[in-house]
Design a protein around this ligand. Structure first.
Ligand code: FNR
Length: 180
C-alpha cells in the first residue's frame, strides 16, 4: 500500500483547498491511500519556544505522518501571489528536529484552487525553492491550477464540478504512479 500525506494550507471551514484535498483522497487509485493531515494546531514558529520545549505536539504528529508516508501532497491557497504564511509556518516547523530527513528524497506534488483566474499559479511556483531546499523530489509531470473556484465547490467546500474532478483524478493517478 502506498500512502500519500495530504496537507491543505487553509484554515477556513469551507476552504476550496481543503475541499480539493478531500476530493483527491476520494480519487486516489487502488493501492494508494491519502492520509489527510491538519495544520490547524501548529503554533507560530518561535525558536525560543522550540529551545525550551522542543516540538509542539501538532508538529510531532505531522512529522510522524510524514515519516509514515511515501509522498506528500501540498494543496496550497495563494495569498498576495505567494505562499500563505500559515502553510509555510507549518512546513518550517515540520523541518525542525529530525524533520529535515523526513523530506529528503520524498516525492512532493503541489496543487491549489483560487477564485481568481490563475488558480494559484504563483503560489505553486513559490513552493519550488522550498521543496528544493528540503531536498525533496518535486513532481512536475502534472499541473493542476483550479481557477474561478467559486462555482466548482458547494457551500461546505466540497468539489462538485465533474470536469475538475476528472482533472484531479488524472493528476493524482499520475502522481501515485511516481510514489509506488
Ligand atoms: C487572497 N486571495 C488571492 N487569490 C489569488 O488567486 N491570488 C492572490 O494573490 C490572492 N491574495 C490573497 C491575499 C489574502 C491575504 C487573502 C486572504 C486572500 C484569495 C484567495 O484565493 C481566497 O481567499 C481563497 O478562497 C483562499 O483559499 P481557501 O481558503 O478557499 O482554500
Amino acid at each position: 500500500m502506498t500512502t500519500i500525506l495530504g496537507l491543505s494550507g487553509s484554515l477556513r471551514r469551507a476552504s476550496y483547498n481543503t475541499g480539493l484535498l478531500r476530493a483527491a483522497a476520494d480519487l486516489t487509485p487502488d493501492g494508494v491511500t491519502m492520509q489527510i493531515g491538519s495544520i490547524h494546531e501548529v503554533p507560530l514558529y518561535d525558536a525560543d519556544k522550540e529551545a525550551e520545549a522542543g516540538l509542539p505536539d501538532a508538529v510531532q504528529s505531522l512529522q510522524d505522518q510524514l515519516a509514515a508516508a511515501d509522498a506528500l501532497l501540498l494543496v496550497t491557497p495563494e495569498y498576495n501571489n505567494g505562499i500563505p504564511g500559515v502553510f509555510k509556518n507549518a512546513i518550517d516547523w515540520m523541518s525542525r528536529g529530525p524533520g529535515l530527513d523526513l523530506f529528503v528524497g520524498k516525492p512532493v506534488a503541489v496543487i491549489g484552487a483560487s477564485p481568481g483566474g490563475f488558480g494559484t499559479l504563483l503560489a505553486q511556483d513559490h513552493w519550488l525553492p522550498v521543496l528544493r531546499t528540503l531536498r525533496t523530489r518535486p513532481w512536475l509531470d502534472g499541473r493542476l491550477l483550479v481557477s474561478r473556484a467559486g462555482p466548482l465547490f458547494d457551500d461546505d467546500g466540497n468539489l462538485v464540478d465533474e470536469t475538475t474532478r476528472a482533472r484531479l483524478s488524472e493528476f493524482i493517478t499520475g502522481f501515485a504512479e511516481t510514489c509506488r
